[in-house]
Design a protein around this ligand. Structure first.
Ligand SMILES: Cc1ncc(COP(=O)(O)O)c(C=O)c1O
Length: 396
């Protein structure tokens, strides 16, 4: 008997998913990857009988020290550079961190640079803080830092440069080390900060994890690396962190909202500390790497088998595959044609800053199981055949 379809319904999810449509645009963990028992067990310890009632008090501005110690140890173990608790500050996830960054590291009206394509919801955060966005293209080696350099030589003075150095959303690429080093040099020369959005950093499928952007900072105080529990534990926790040189962390801690509120999300940070201290989070991350690694291979192999003419790169980590469409096929029109087949995805233009990305789609392998991913690719191939060879009977 085949397992029930992956769905999420009711009042809780931001994006409901019913059984009829496979929405390969969903960049979220599947419900089967949300480890409720781990969080429940830790919550009982933090909030149950005998627990310290001060967990409900205004918290420390940087976040509980024991939480930051536990997180620093986990990061040091998983990344290539040692992390100290003083370099960490708790946030309400990367989305909230980006709003703080926009207020603290750019002046109203100042341009910010954004990788193009980009995480499609980041741009809205910058624009809602009154920051105009300029795009710098991403290729198979990540952000084209030489194009940024050209803008800087031409007089652009951005508040910050927003990039995703590890398993970029939507392309999945990693920033080449030489480019990462150059980016930090430029940040120093032209006085901006590099905002590295790294929620997928711990989700590499190979043995060697990619370097964290902070490993290129070397004490210069030019990198803000933003992390999150959304992709490695649960997005509903609304918990993340800033990892930066002590002086940059201090700039966050002086923000009025953090001073007034006593830091962000202390109750959830205390609970998540309970998941870290038992080693359960590390084991869960390894489980995710295994499951996502398998799913990514299934999706990639199905694409290679069904659509061999499309040059799609093999995913090495993260949540996404970036698929170039056959010449002349428009991603937005394809999405419309896919709806009656019970298929959705993210059309390239949603992720665009300035580029024409109508010839690409983003597919996620995080939400559906292996059989559903195969079925999604089968539907995609059918729609593509109908689009490129109208009048031809659908393939069996
Ligand atoms: C690159 C990137 N940054 C940030 C986010 C959102 O992070 P958070 O849930 O921590 O706000 C996402 C979610 O898809 C993402 O892909």
């Amino acid at each position: 008997m085949s397992p029930p379809p992956t769905t999420q319904t009711g009042e809780l999810p931001q994006t409901p998913a019913g059984p009829e449509t496979l929405n390969l645009g969903l960049g979220q963990p599947s419900p089967s990857l949300l480890p409720l028992p781990l969080v429940h067990e830790a919550a009982m310890r933090r909030l149950g009988p005998g627990a310290d009632p001060l967990v409900l008090q205004y918290g420390s501005i940087h976040g509980p020290l024991s939480f930051r110690e536990g997180l620093a140890a986990l990061m040091s173990e998983r990344h290539r550079s040692a992390t100290r608790p003083e370099q960490l500050l708790v946030t309400g996830g990367i989305s909230s961190a980006l709003a703080f960054v926009s207020q603290l590291f750019a002046t109203p009206g100042q341009t910010v640079v954004c990788s193009d394509p980009t995480y499609f919801l980041a741009r809205g955060i910058f624009e809602s803080q009154g920051l105009p966005v300029v795009g710098v293209p991403v290729d198979e080696h990540g952000l084209q830092v030489e194009r940024l350099e050209q803008h800087l030589e031409d007089g652009l003075r951005p508040g910050f440069v927003y990039c995703m150095p590890s398993f970029h959303n939507p392309t999945g690429v990693e920033l080449a080390p030489a480019r990462a080093r150059r980016l930090v040099e430029l940040a120093e020369r032209y006085d901006f900060v590099v905002v590295a959005d790294e929620p997928y950093l711990m989700l590499g499928f190979g043995d060697a994890p990619p370097p964290c952007m902070m490993s290129y900072d070397e004490g210069r105080g030019r990198v803000l690396s933003l992390g999150s529990f959304s992709k490695i534990l649960g997005p509903g926790l609304r918990l993340g962190w800033v990892h930066a040189a002590d002086a940059l962390v201090e700039r966050f801690s002086l923000h009025g909202a953090l001073r007034s509120g006593g830091g962000l999300n202390p109750v959830i940070a205390s609970i998540v500390q309970g998941v870290i201290e038992t080693g359960a989070l590390g084991r869960h991350i390894d489980h995710l790497r295994e499951v996502l690694g398998r799913r990514s291979q299934v999706l990639w192999s199905a694409l290679r088998a069904e659509l061999p003419e499309l040059p799609v790169a093999e995913p090495r980590g993260g949540y996404f595959v970036w698929l170039p469409l056959p010449p002349g096929v428009d991603a937005t029109a394809l999405l419309e044609a896919a709806e009656p087949h019970g298929l959705r995805f993210t059309p390239g233009p949603r992720c665009a800053v300035e580029r024409d990305l109508s010839g690409f789609v983003r597919l996620s392998f995080a939400f559906y199981d292996e059989a559903e991913l195969r079925e999604g690719v089968r539907r995609l191939a059918t729609v593509l055949r109908e689009t490129t060879q109208p009048g031809r009977p659908p393939a069996r």
